[in-house]
Design a protein around this ligand. Sequence first.
Ligand code: HEC
Length: 125
Amino acid sequence: MLDLRIAFGALAITAALALGGCVTPGDKDWRASPRFGEGRTYALRYCAGCHAVEEAGPSRDPVAPPFRTLSARFPASALRKRLDAVAEHGHWNMPPIYIVPAERRAIETYIRGLPAAAAARKTTL
Ligand code: HEC
């Protein structure tokens, strides 16, 4: 029993370390990735009709959250899962948006690279 607990403890620590590796995107320079620019292109093409996809400005559809707020709402892999769900099942009352996984990853990188602070600054204007 004790051995089992030790094994579980080790597992938990391993899992925490593995997760920790993913939950520290702050260290990563998303903007340096070539995907950042690609993601911006896709976001403008597929998403800007409703969402604010730039560093400032309101969404065309006021219900659609500005992309710069999504990093805070969806930490780490949650954003990736949400984008997959949005692409495959749609969201709200809109049909799915057919973006291939590479496009989703690029959009994710773009959203991660958007400075969330710009959103805060904008609201004070
Ligand atoms: C036709 C309008 C429209 C388009 C185009 C659109 N969205 Fe949305 N999106 C919305 C609305 C409205 C909401 C808020 C309602 C909701 O959360 O389901 C939303 C919410 C979201 C959310 C948050 C979902 C949640 O769980 O809160 C994500 C992520 C998202 N959109 C991603 C995208 C991406 C990525 C694209 C482009 C590939 C896109 N959307 C294109 C209208 C749109």
